[in-house]
Ligand binder design. Structure first.
Ligand code: ATP
Ligand code: MG
Length: 416
């Protein structure tokens, strides 16, 4: 058995995964993003510094080799920024638009839509503070989900910046202190390390308590307030629907200003299919230049689950031609002919067990083969074979006197 929270993706599911990934790649290239791939292991310190010591991820969810101080990445942003800094990508282009797709690892309680190895498509724009880019990224996420046929709502907040957030933190601390006895232990603990997290506690009692909490949106400095307004203007101009959510604070410390989530109502508690935000101080904090950034990640398991729930089905790769050799000589001929046909880009299947014609036709049917080439022993000697169109049941005679290459080109024409 595979480990709890680790899952195989079996062939019948892979087509949906490819649909998700291919739609992503298509859209990322429309928006002029380049792909980057990073290793799965990084120094533990990279995640502690970026995601933040007092976050769930760093406190309890990371897969860390304690003796080696390395960690299997729980998310992609930190590694991507590490690579961006290491390779001086900011020198090549002042604005880098990058995406990456791959597995992430978090030791949390496995449930539907929540695994310990899961996969993300992660998109980052480095080098511009422009609020249009925030709007464009959200619009791109919305476009991707729409093209996949996954209905979501987009929720957005601003978390301010180092100028205005400390002031809001104080206001929030006063609010929390007044309700100390009503809040859960986690919230009371968080109120000293990370009080904003109290706003997104899932405990119903805490939720009720924070309903009236002050909104950070009302306590932004002028620059953050202008930025937030411009992001909304950008979304409006692209006709992207969204709502403002003062409770959304995100579980990672590096966010500044814009944060957002794509939410589905079809996956129970695992409501977020994608999330992200701006992190203007992070590149510098990790030892890079003073460069603003923004990004988001989509959870691929959840996207695939949603497509499965809608019963989206995709035909597996179609077999163009099933080559059925009958008897040893014909099978030998079929074996080498199949290879030449594959060199000519046809998708070929065949039998290897010397089965009867009836059984080979059955296999061809099962594979949804478009054509079957039947090569009998006697027919082979006389230099011909039968090509059967499995849809129309039409049969035609094919000459097989010549060499494999010529047979392949005549079959290519007929199997169009
Ligand atoms: P959640 O609120 O569901 O825990 P998160 O805020 O921890 O999500 P992020 O770190 O922002 O998630 O990651 C972005 C996306 O990755 C999420 O919206 C979700 O779709 C997906 N994701 C996160 N953790 C998991 C997991 N353990 N299993 C599957 N998908 C996940
Ligand atoms: Mg989480």
């Amino acid at each position: 058995m595979a480990l709890n929270g680790f899952k195989d993706i079996v062939p019948s599911e892979v087509e949906l995964w490819r649909k998700v990934e291919n739609t992503g790649r298509d859209i990322f290239s429309r928006f002029n993003f380049s792909e980057i791939r990073m290793p799965i292991l990084e120094k533990t310190e990279l995640f502690a510094r970026s995601i933040g010591e007092a976050t769930d991820i760093v406190e309890k969810e990371m897969y860390t080799f304690v003796d080696k101080q390395i960690t299997m990445r729980p998310e992609a942003t930190a590694s991507l920024l590490r690579a961006y800094i290491q390779h001086g990508l900011y020198v090549q282009k002042p604005v880098q638009r990058l995406f990456t797709i791959g597995p992430m690892f978090r030791h949390e309680r496995p449930q539907k839509g929540r695994l310990r190895q899961f996969h993300q498509m992660d998109i980052e724009v480095l080098g511009t503070p422009n609020p249009r880019v925030d709007a464009e990224l959200m619009a791109m996420g919305a476009m991707l989900l729409e093209e996949l046929g996954i209905p979501v709502s987009l929720e957005m907040n601003s978390l301010g910046c180092p100028v205005c957030r400390p002031g809001f933190r104080e206001i929030l601390l006063t609010f929390i202190a007044d309700r100390k006895n009503e809040l859960c232990d986690d919230c009371n603990r968080r109120s000293t390390t990370n009080p904003l997290r109290v706003l997104d506690c899932k405990n119903p009692k805490c939720r009720e308590q924070v309903e009236e909490a002050p909104s950070i949106q009302k306590h932004l400095c002028n620059d953050c307030d202008d930025h937030f307004a411009s992001v909304q203007k950008g979304l409006d101009s692209l006709n992207v629907q969204y709502s403002l959510n003062k409770f959304m604070v995100r579980g990672l410390d590096y966010y500044t200003r814009t944060t957002f989530e794509f939410i589905t109502s079809d996956l129970g508690a695992q409501a977020a299919v994608g999330a992200g935000g701006r992190y203007d101080g992070l590149v510098e904090k990790l030892g890079g230049p003073k460069v603003p950034g923004i990004g988001f990640a989509l959870g691929m398991e959840r996207l695939v689950l949603l497509l499965q729930q809608q019963e989206v089905k995709i035909d597996s790769a179609k077999v163009d031609l099933f080559v059925a050799g009958l008897g040893e000589k014909a099978s030998e001929f079929a074996f080498s002919l199949a290879h030449t046909l594959r060199q000519n880009s046809l998708n070929i299947a065949m039998d290897y067990e010397g089965r009867s014609l009836k059984s080979q036709m059955k296999q061809a049917n099962k594979l949804n083969a478009r054509f079957v080439l039947i090569i009998g022993e006697n027919e082979l000697e006389q230099g011909h074979a039968v090509l059967k169109n499995m849809q129309t049941q039409e049969q035609q005679d094919i000459e097989i006197h010549s060499d494999n290459k010529e047979i392949a080109s005549s079959l290519l024409l007929r199997c169009q």
